[in-house]
Design a binder for this molecule. Sequence first.
Ligand code: NAD
Length: 315
Amino acid sequence: MKCLVTGGCGFIGSELIRQGLRENADLEIVNLDLLTYAGNPENLREVQDDPRYTFVKGDIADPALVNDLVDGSFDLLINLAAESHVDRSIEDASEFLRTNVVGTQVLLDAARRAGVARFVQVGTDEVYGSLGPYGAFTETTPLSPRSPYSASKAAADHLVMAAYHTHKMNTVITRCSNNYGPHQYPEKLIPLTILNALDNVDIPVYGDGLYVRDWIHVEDHSRGVWTAAIKGRSGAVYNLGGDSEKPNLEVVRLILEFTGKPDRLIRHVEDRKGHDRRYAMDFSLAKEELGWSPNIVFETGLRDTVKWYKENRSR
Ligand code: NAD
């Protein structure tokens, strides 16, 4: 099987590639990545000499490059390339529109013209908006994005569904909750907290710290994407979640415990604008149709992640 992965030098894409090549001897992967601030080829050091792996530096929103690269030899295209940080989207949404929206359409057009057998879009739970204290998002929850990031990801999902309905493309969308694990760029809560704790630097916590996220280890997420890519129904959306809802403050306190640092490093800062209070995922469809569920217990995965950052601080 020959697969084009986009955004493979990022946090989740690099795990997807490492895992895919480790577990499938007959898999060939081409990785198209622009190497923005979030992309790091070092994340793929362990596969860089593998003859089944090829890296192409380039922009998914560049039609000339993408049309040249995407040909009928690909069985699968998995799109992870994105601008992914909500805070940056609040400052300036333009790159989010270019990469997340225009880039997705450029890839869809190229895949359709070339006859790529299946198109997989890696999406996010944030497209559903914000929950109160009860209930969970299902795949039929109406999309109600509230940040420029989630609005751009929702637009991308709509374009993929449009390609499925209009052009009868074979598509699958996965929507996943918040990921953690090694190789994440340290601007998001968990890696930022770990590195600040290790360096005895104050740890910023938005507002009251009681924003709830459903945390999933990046290995579990990647396994979910591969499973959906191979077994998923065309036109389907699959929620993927970690079954591990935690308020931010609890996550930060656990990291302080695992690093042996005091709670006084916590510094409450002005809240993020439009901050979604709670996300929770109902992933029973992925369980039933794909036989997928997350395996890694949050506390164990977090302890291992802290260990990884301790040992790989220079990256
Ligand atoms: P990331 O920011 O770590 O990596 C994004 C990668 O995309 C980088 O390697 C970057 O260089 C590349 N990229 C950006 N713009 C590009 C462009 N125009 N052309 C080609 N490459 C480009 O992101 P991540 O956390 O690994 O997320 C990957 C995907 O998963 C994204 O689509 C994101 O929306 C989605 N997702 C992330 C999470 C999460 O918790 N991190 C949760 C659910 C879904």
